[in-house]
Ligand binder design. Structure first.
Ligand code: NIG
Ligand code: FE
Length: 377
């Protein structure tokens, strides 16, 4: 596949940078060639991009797609003034436990497809709405093929005692779930798990070969970011309430700060200070945090628009965070960029540059999506 006449080609490659009037070749699911003087089109499919922009497929490194039902009424009540708390998770736990495998899988597929239509080609999903050994294990099993994170430590379910539940998560639940996940996450927050429980659960996961990521500092300041850095977590997610010490710790680590502005949008909370993080040298990812409670969106262009308008990220930084940043958070070097050898995961925009993703908010600018070189729309 040869694509020519690309007005703006965002490669995220340190050498190639962003090219204009460029071309790209996909071969056997990979990027085979990138440059400005296209090779002969003979023998391959050819698409004239007519000056439109091509960017890497979005890498959404934080989602909660394994659930049933929704919480539209809770959202409406929140917009009328009721505050967001971790307590709403229990409503979704009830609906998820009651759902059959087929229903859960159909909802997952619906969301993955919805994400693809807005340009997301790599998806991470967490468990966390089952909260029993069998319900957590089945959720992860149903998500085979995606990046999977075990989040048994989302909240303590209503029927359980906090200490006994923490032991279960570190023991039998982890044993059942570890074969179906690469990552382990804990919601470290008042009303969920404290610092001591978070550390113990993540260390148990590490002992089983899982790499930590942490829901950290979302609703108020807490120990989540420091624990993430201390344990070498791949990411500290949310990072809404952070101190200078937290930012320093992140800047001197390999832990990515994953910002989830859909959550602040839908809970009407203050956005994280992306500028402070970026200016300190922290690697930042943008993800959708799709879940039925705090952020029911799969749309990364929407998150990019918020990041630029309200979090003072430049369009370059925001698009990079939603592509290469997500790849870093998932420790993937095959996605998030478009250099020779990378996966041919790419998005053609109905616009001359990636800046339009923020400049034209809410407009469906995603025209074509390729995953592994195969065109899906
Ligand atoms: O990332 N913070 C914890 N988990 C989700 C919210 C889950 C829910 O409210 O159902 C989040 O925002
Ligand atoms: Fe989340």
């Amino acid at each position: 596949m040869l694509i020519t006449n690309i007005g703006t080609l965002v490669t995220n490659d340190p050498e190639l940078g962003t090219l204009h009037d460029a071309a790209i070749v996909f071969e056997a699911g990979k990027v085979a060639w990138v440059g400005t003087t296209p090779p002969e089109a003979a023998g391959t499919d050819h698409l004239d991009a007519q000056g439109r922009a091509l960017i890497p497929g979005f890498v959404d490194s934080h989602g909660h797609l394994l659930f049933a039902g929704d919480r539209a009424e809770e959202f409406a009540a929140r917009m009328a003034g009721r505050p967001y708390t971790a307590g709403g998770i229990k409503t979704t736990v009830q609906a998820t436990r009651a759902a059959g495998d087929e229903q859960l899988k159909a909802n997952l597929d619906r969301l993955v497809h919805e994400a693809l239509r807005s340009g997301t080609t790599t998806v991470e999903t967490k468990s966390g709405y089952g909260l029993t050994v069998t319900d957590e294990e089945r959720a992860l099993r149903l998500a085979d093929g995606l990046e999977r994170t075990f989040l048994g430590a989302h909240v303590v379910p209503p029927e359980a005692d906090a200490d006994a539940y923490t032991d279960l998560v570190k023991g039998a639940m982890l044993d059942a779930c570890a074969p179906h996940a690469a990552w382990i996450d804990v919601f470290c927050e008042d009303g969920a798990f404290d610092g001591e429980q978070t550390r113990a659960i993540l260390q148990a996961g590490q002992a089983k070969g899982l790499t930590p990521r942490v829901h950290a500092n979302q609703l108020r300041h807490g120990p989540g970011v420091q624990i993430a850095v201390e344990l070498g977590a791949a990411s500290a997610d949310h990072c809404t309430h952070v101190t200078d010490a937290d930012i320093d710790a992140l800047a001197n680590s390999d832990t990515v700060a994953t910002l989830l502005p859909g959550a602040e949008f839908s809970t009407r909370a203050q956005y994280p200070n992306a500028r402070r993080l970026l200016d300190a040298g922290v690697t930042v990812a943008l993800a959708a945090d799709c879940n039925p409670g705090s952020s029911y969106t799969t749309n990364l262009p929407f998150c990019i628009a918020i990041a630029v308008r309200d979090m003072h990220m430049t369009p370059d930084e925001a698009v990079r965070a939603a592509t290469l940043g997500g790849a870093r958070a998932l420790r993937r070097d095959d996605v998030g960029h478009l250099a020779p050898g990378a996966r041919a995961d790419a998005v053609l925009l109905e616009a001359p540059s990636h800046i339009h993703l923020a400049y034209r908010p809410g407009v469906p600018l995603v025209s074509h999506v390729w995953k592994d070189g195969v065109r899906h729309m």
